[in-house]
Write a protein that binds this ligand. Structure first.
Ligand code: ADE
Ligand code: ZN
Length: 326
């Protein structure tokens, strides 16, 4: 209880949060009802019982299915507000939110509908909780480069509201190299660059994300630790890793929380942060992730404070705003 209180009281930024992954089963049911859609479950508990994953793809299949209840601008607004209400209780002061436009545009939902709903939810969060936020538009790597370029094109009217692009979905078999050109185009447009790499994929994918995408931030990055040269390079470059302990456990990136490498990352000089990834699916929001990994690895207050401090250092906030949070 003492540890939980200390963790909730630590001001923190959340840097790895898929807004579609914050869709709780209760809201999923409410949105399905409101939109006249049927879902293949009889209750919120039945939905939770179906969340048994043995790898990333198992999770992605059910996550994309769940996102299908998001139809109207109000749906995206309500989803976003629900996340921020929960994040506020966890001591989140700033959130950099990923969204997957292709998951929605592929179902005939307009890009503008998604953006309007997310942005109005973010404005509400600022007004209600004082939490600042920005958006990371993530490309689905199981789709083509052409599809990613079309998405970048659709985002043009909204570019002043988008801070970065990301790369997510099925990692193995979809290396960063497939998206080098679209990332270069995003960079030209003034966007920051993130990519999921080294979650299930090998250290080579992390190297590609650095060398071919020129990422500003690395999502997950766990498997970098298999390569000492790469680890030293990430540490030397001051690269931020957005690590997600409960996600790592549920998707079997680690076999037990007691094996989680978060403290090893810090000892290797990596700028590691703690994040929730898809909290509605992995059993916890950001503070739960800090608590779970702190208990399993015996982290002390100093290490926890370092992780929280890293979250601001690794954010895309301007330097003055970072300094104000430290
Ligand atoms: N989409 C949502 N969560 C993800 C994860 N952990 N890895 C890859 N794609 C994702
Ligand atoms: Zn993720």
């Amino acid at each position: 209880a003492d540890l939980s209180r200390f963790i909730a009281g630590l001001p923190k930024a959340e840097l790895h949060l898929h807004i579609e992954g914050s869709l709780e089963p209760e809201l999923m049911f409410a949105l399905a009802g409101r939109n006249g859609l049927t879902i293949p479950f009889t209750s919120a508990d039945a939905v939770r019982a179906a969340y048994q994953f043995s790898n990333l793809q198992d999770f992605l299949d059910i996550y994309y299915q769940g996102a299908a209840v998001l139809v109207t601008e109000r749906d995206f607004h309500d989803l976003t507000v629900a996340y921020f209400d929960r994040a506020a209780a966890d001591g989140v002061k700033h959130a950099e939110i990923m969204f997957d436009p292709q998951t929605h545009t592929a179902r005939g939902i307009a890009f503008d509908t998604v953006m309007r709903g997310l942005l109005s939810g973010m404005a509400d969060a600022k007004a209600r909780h004082g939490i600042t936020s920005c958006l990371i538009m993530s490309f689905l790597r199981h789709l083509s480069e052409e599809d990613a370029f079309a998405t970048l094109e659709q985002s043009r009217p909204w570019l002043s509201h988008i801070t970065a692009v990301g790369l997510d979905s099925s990692e193995v078999g979809n290396p960063p190299s497939r998206f080098a050109r679209v990332f270069a185009a995003a960079r030209e447009l003034g966007l920051k660059l993130c990519a999921h790499a080294g979650e299930e994929g090998p250290p080579d994918y992390v190297r590609e994300a650095l060398d071919l995408l020129a990422i500003d931030r690395l999502d997950h990055g766990n498997r970098s630790l298999e390569d000492p040269v790469l680890t030293a390079r990430l540490a030397g470059a001051g690269m931020t890793l957005t690590v997600c302990p409960l996600s790592n456990l549920k998707l079997r990136v680690v076999h037990a929380m007691a094996d989680h490498p978060i403290d090893r990352m810090l000892r290797e000089g990596l700028r590691a942060t703690v994040n929730s990834d898809d909290p509605a699916y992995f059993g916890g929001y950001v503070a739960d992730n800090y608590v779970a990994v702190a208990e399993a690895r015996g982290l002390g207050r100093q290490e926890l404070a370092t992780l929280a401090r890293n979250s601001f250092l690794g954010s895309f906030l301007p330097d003055e705003a970072v300094a104000a949070h430290l």
